[in-house]
Design a binder for this molecule. Structure first.
Ligand SMILES: *[C@@H]1O[C@H](CO)[C@@H](O)[C@H](O)[C@H]1NC(C)=O
Ligand SMILES: *[C@@H]1O[C@H](CO)[C@@H](O)[C@H](O)[C@H]1NC(C)=O
Length: 342
């Protein structure tokens, strides 16, 4: 067969090349967690939550499909009414009181009210081809990654890629550490959470919200590592980036005298090893699979987008009435900072 240039190009062209990267504004900050503590209001610790406005204290998939119940989303792609959440960062001053750390939008997403950047990827971040076949999550799917009780490096190393970057500027990405940065960071602290990418193909959830998912058996998602036989379905890499604006807390005079760092998660972890995140799938119809199967690198013409004002406008009222922003002697829910020396 004679290969004309057009045929050669067609043969080289990937079947699909999708890397979704988009901002989601803050939907609410509240002490609720429908994945780990359904029905509990207040839940043990404070979260920042993004995505569709069907977020609620209880979100049993057998009761409601959130992609139908939501009427708006704080995410750029208006067909994405999923919910994404993490804990909230606090600063502990030398005098022992706590103050909530605000968030800022990522590079390129000016004007977005806090929130975070969400990715769905077919291959590693710096692979501009994005040709691997991945399966989208399905209605009812949810998962969790991390361990609120982890206080040592060994405990944190059970999870891959739950990291911190001390930002020199908004585009700094490396080095990444498993614990909190130990020095003031000029442009804030980024937390990055990469979820496991291999699904058991059967369960939309599991008792610990993790067992239905696994990491590649060898190598990594980035290196195209194979999924284990127990979890054979290669899913897209779900990845969160959250930027905490720690700059107003960079005065070393307010930092602990013993040289330790002053930031603490809303549940009391002062080591950083307990970084964790939650996800409830809520894309409408097959929008996510369609986007993953179509040429789409950051700008995805197959998806409907909304502007920043519409994203910021989608909010849910806080249910737990408590002061989360004044200097306080405890964290919301009565937690205090705790550390385990390395
Ligand atoms: C949350 O659930 C309660 C109780 O079922 C319901 O009254 C309320 O409307 C729900 N809120 C949202 C935002 O769906
Ligand atoms: C504790 O320290 C912070 C930071 O310097 C200050 O803003 C706050 O007013 C102090 N609180 C008390 C009770 O001294």
């Amino acid at each position: 067969m004679k290969c004309t240039p057009a045929v050669a190009l067609a043969l080289l062209a990937p079947a699909a090349n999708a890397l979704l990267r988009f901002p989601c504004a803050q939907l609410l900050i509240d002490r609720r967690d429908p994945l780990v503590n359904p029905g509990q209001s207040p839940s043990p610790h404070l979260h920042q939550i993004l995505g569709g406005n069907a977020f609620n204290t209880t979100m049993d998939p057998s009761v409601a499909d959130i992609s139908k119940a939501a009427t708006c989303t704080s995410c750029q792609f208006s067909e994405d009414t999923s919910n994404y959440w993490t804990a909230v960062l606090y600063f502990k001053a030398k005098n022992g009181t706590y103050k909530r750390v605000p968030q800022i939008p990522n590079s390129g997403f000016d004007g977005v009210n806090g929130g975070m950047t969400v990715y769905y990827m077919q291959d590693g971040l710096y692979n501009f081809q994005q040709t691997s076949k991945v399966t989208a999550f399905q209605p009812g799917f949810r998962m969790y990654i991390g361990d609120v009780n982890a206080r040592t490096r060994e405990q944190a190393e059970r999870f891959r890629q739950l990291t911190y970057t001390c930002l020199d500027n908004i585009n700094t990405r490396d080095p990444q550490t498993l614990d909190f940065p130990t020095v003031p960071c000029k442009a804030g602290i980024m937390t990055a959470l990469r979820f496991p990418t291999c699904w058991d193909g059967k369960n939309l959830d599991s008792p610990d919200h993790m067992a239905h998912m696994a990491y590649p058996e060898s190598g990594t998602f980035e290196s195209g590592g194979p999924c284990p036989a127990t979890h054979p379905v290669r899913m897209s890499q779900l990845f969160y980036e959250v930027i905490w604006d720690t700059t107003q807390f960079n005065n070393k005079a307010d930092w602990p005298e013993d040289g330790s760092q002053p930031f603490v998660w809303s549940f009391g972890d002062g080591t950083g090893y307990a970084n964790h995140g939650d996800y409830i799938f809520g894309w409408q119809g097959d929008a996510l699979q369609r986007a993953l199967d179509a040429p789409c690198y950051i700008n995805c013409p197959t998806l409907k987008s909304q502007d920043v004002a519409a994203m910021n406008k989608c909010t849910v009222e806080r249910e737990v009435k408590e002061d989360i922003d004044s200097w306080s002697t405890t964290l919301p829910g009565g937690h205090v900072a705790n550390y385990v020396k390395r």
